[in-house]
Design a protein. Structure first.
Length: 129
């Protein structure tokens, strides 16, 4: 099945997802942010610690269901006697329910500036049938 992929996720987050801990993550990376914009509650997403340019068939990761999806903008102010700087930072917060530990069967798109898309199996490596 085809999924949007979020790549370069920290190993600590991946460890918690592999242990099936409900997790809310914040997406600030530009590539993953644009991918997150396409996600809705109920969708499945493939997450991996491998960078987007390095994903290949066989790359392992976690398939998770999106429970909640929120886009927010934060205003950051910084000043001293010489200058005043105001910046905005937009991020996506996604609450995930991990479902399967799986691997990529085929990479459909992993180019910079494009949403990463992969084909992955929906079966856990722990299911021995």
């Amino acid at each position: 099945m085809e999924y949007i992929a979020l790549t370069g996720i920290s190993e600590n987050v991946m460890k918690e997802l592999r242990n099936h801990v409900l997790r809310t993550i914040e997406i600030r990376n530009a590539q993953n942010f644009f991918a997150a914009l396409r996600l809705n509650a109920g969708d499945y997403v493939f997450l991996t610690h491998t960078s987007g340019q390095d994903i290949t068939a066989g790359t392992s990761g976690v398939l998770a269901r999106v429970l909640k999806h929120q886009i927010s903008t934060h205003l950051v102010l910084q000043s001293n006697e010489m200058f005043y700087e105001e910046r905005e930072m937009t991020m996506a917060r996604i609450q995930l329910e991990p479902k399967y530990i799986t691997h990529i069967r085929k990479v459909l798109c992993s180019e910079i500036g494009e949403v990463a898309r992969v084909i992955a199996d929906e079966s856990s490596c722990y299911e021995a049938r």
